[in-house]
Ligand binder design. Sequence first.
Ligand SMILES: [Zn+2]
Length: 215
Amino acid sequence: MNIILLGPPGAGKGTQAKRLEDKHGLVQLSTGDMLRAERASGSELGRKVQAVMDAGQLVSDDLIIDLIAHRLDGLRAKGFILDGFPRTVPQAEALDRLLHDKGLKLDRVIEMAVDEGALIDRIAGRFSCAKCGASYHDRNHRPKAEGVCDVCGSKDFVRRADDKPETVKARLEAYRAQTAPILPYYRKMAVLRSVDGMADIDEVGRQIEAVLKGG
Ligand SMILES: [Zn+2]
């Protein structure tokens, strides 16, 4: 089973990918991880990637396709979950050619659809204890005594810069701009399915399972 998982940062894609790995013996191919691993391996391809990145250039589509091809060859799994690629129609086409060459097929493209306003709310409300790391949320999980950590009694709290509403909003916009062109591409191929990315983790998992069973 070969899947592409699409979803904005914060939609819980990593969690769902992990579940699919555990349950179905799939392996997650994340472009970021693949680039890091290939560089670290010191392979010829890894050195090419390193040179491009050292020069401050973007890794080309061809290089990423080579990277995926390389990973697919060494893959001892029942399938893959591709994450972070493709992001453009030419990339999607290049991926189709690669899979065809390898005698593989793309079974499903699963979009974790989100309500952007609600997602911003969910992410932007997060904060945690600076001392013990216990996590809280402005709206639905405040400390029992205002300003005092339930777990360790500390009065210091931190918010990640990444969780600021403006930052989250910018990430969502970038994601939308990137994926907008490929959704119609995969819709036309009849492999695109959408699940409710705002539902709780188990429910999203159930919806993904239903899709994989042929929904
Ligand atoms: Zn604490």
